[in-house]
Design a protein around this ligand. Structure first.
Ligand code: ZN
Length: 269
């Protein structure tokens, strides 16, 4: 996997016969108490110094990823559009910068249905972001959550469920990452003997959770299961020597996981 282009809002890489592009929707600042120790206890003054803060808060990058086979483009997650803080919603600019015409995006796959991942289906002005969208894949366990989003009502009938273990098309396998949300899933993309695991919200705070994967996030729907999934996925990525791509890893959010003492370390590409 090699970087072939980059800018403020995107980085594009070759993966076998595919092009993978990291697209920066923006960032979101969160209080440090969202990080949880064992027993769901919020972090406070004891937050390790290795965690950088922006104005006293945790700054999470918000990224989406495009898979381009030269013909059509699959988008994994879509950013927040204008549904949350105004520090997000730059996906359309990122696509422009990367030279990806929104009309080439024929499929959107959701890692899960939290608002910073799904609302980019709709532009801030209310128009459809991807005018030729033909497939919309949603984790089966989260169809109900997706259909509760009134602003995305026009897409409710299009939602097509998938499950861990499914293979989609020629390049993508679904890997179970349940815990952060009921159907939270990773997309393992393979081409030409190379692999990347697009892992959604497996890690929210990279400066801490590779080193201490037991630390959870307030918005993990099931804290214990999220912790188990993170440990399993970190081990899988390290032992498989695949690349990983994270929605909240610092932009562009692509690299490798390596084992380090009893835990893990992230090596950005
Ligand atoms: Zn997220």
């Amino acid at each position: 996997m090699h970087r072939i282009a980059s800018g403020d809002l995107h980085s594009t890489y070759n993966l076998g016969d595919l092009r993978i592009t990291s697209l920066r929707d923006g960032y979101v600042d969160m209080p440090i108490g969202r990080l949880r120790q064992h027993g769901n206890k919020p972090f406070g003054d004891e937050l390790p110094e290795q965690v950088p803060l922006a104005g006293g808060q945790l700054r999470l990058s918000v990224n989406a990823f495009a898979i381009d086979d030269g013909n059509e483009v699959i988008l994994v997650d879509t950013g927040a559009s204008n549904a949350w803080h105004p520090t997000m919603g730059r996906l359309p600019e990122a696509l422009d910068e990367a030279g990806i015409d929104a009309g080439r995006i024929r499929a959107v796959y959701f890692t899960h249905t939290h608002l910073d991942h799904i609302h980019g289906l709709v532009l801030a002005d209310g128009r459809n972001a991807f005018p030729r969208l033909a497939r919309l894949l949603v984790p089966r366990e989260e169809l109900g959550l997706f259909r509760a989003e009134a602003r995305l009502e026009r897409f409710h009938g299009m939602a097509e469920p998938f499950e861990a273990g499914d293979r989609i098309g020629t390049h993508v396998d679904i890997v179970d990452a349940h815990g952060h949300e009921a159907g939270h899933s990773c997309f393992r993309v393979s081409s030409g003997g190379e692999r990347i695991l697009i892992w959604g919200d497996t890690v929210h705070v990279p400066s801490l959770q590779f080193d201490r994967p037991e630390v959870t996030w307030e918005f993990d729907a099931d804290q214990d299961r999220a912790r188990e999934s993170r440990l399993r996925l970190l081990a899988l990525a390290a032992d498989d020597h695949c690349f990983v791509a994270g929605a909240h890893l610092d932009s562009p959010g692509i690299g490798r996981v390596v084992r380090s003492d009893a835990s893990f370390r992230f090596e950005p590409l």
